[in-house]
Design a binder for this molecule. Sequence first.
Ligand SMILES: *Cc1c(COP(=O)(O)O)cnc(C)c1O
Length: 380
Amino acid sequence: MLRYHSTRDPAKALLGFEEALLRGLAPDGGLYLPEQVPQLSPALWRSASSLAEVGVRVLGAWLGKELTFEELEPIVHEALNFPAPLVPLEEGLFVLELFHGPTLSFKDFGARTMARLMQHFLRKRGERRIILVATSGDTGSAVADGFAGQENIQVVLLYPKGLVSEVQERQLIVRRPGVRCFAVEGTFDDCQRLVKEAFVDPELAHLPLSSANSINIGRLLPQALYYLWAARQLESQALNFCVPSGNLGNLTGGVLAALMGQPVQRFIAAHNANRFFPEFLAGRREAFQFYPTLATLSNAMDVGAPSNFERLYHLLGPERLRGWVWGTAVDDEATLAQMRATYERHGYLACPHTAVGLEAALRYRGSTGDPTPIVALATA
Ligand SMILES: *Cc1c(COP(=O)(O)O)cnc(C)c1O
């Protein structure tokens, strides 16, 4: 069985996927990582005929000792029942559209898969969970939608009042069975802190709390699948992936895909004005540093202190991280300019998150001259 440990205690507390999934955050406040990433042959995804088939094969390699094929297959097919088309934009630049799920952001991939995996294990154990989630917008609706109506699971959402878009707020507060939603006077960081504190609060220890943020390993693994599906569709050797990033969960999914065996030349971490990670990559920060969150047009990426940094750092270490990932911070003005330019040049309407990615992709190509094809993730 593939075992998982906390980023803060690699030597101890090894547990299986089921346990890591149901706990979410490790008791010491760290994030779960696999002891080692399974090495897979690219033929595994290159011969698959759909994203769901990639999912069954790849997740089967990760979870095979804990779920049978007969259990896993319907979970993955039900969760990943929408397309992820790859749209050519210009020579060497493709857009991977990840917004065709029910709540219109890439978070549907992770949330829907994780909800079904969790429900499977909880039903088997006869247990219940309360999923506590801080959201800057899209996580909440994807999680609420993915988990709603599952008998063994209740969902509690916290979002920063006035800092999500009107469409996002409506998606959050719509009545769903088993879901309660709270608007918090504060930022996303305040919501995130409340969640993190709840997990280590002895007075709340009697509650069966779990998380569904991108800190949960059960959301990360499904987020590796569409990188492999893009590679399958392109049939090119090495690729660059450009990832509009906030909490760095999406990028961590890509790094896991690459560590499994998909050749990736470079990752491009596209951030908005919340620039801790680009600063770190450029060597201007040596370690994790708390940056207060800034509100931007690409608000689902408004994360000052990305949780998954801790995972990436442990997975790759600072040198490999800086060598493999190139980062840039795109402000609102450049975001709007890129939305306009993309529409004028290609007739393609990119959301602000995706536009941050396209701007970063073009900056990367301009500053490095790297001719490797770029797949830019369209996240909403
Ligand atoms: C959540 C989100 C992001 C950022 O993803 P992370 O995994 O937090 O880095 C980017 N775009 C959209 C539309 C999102 O909802």
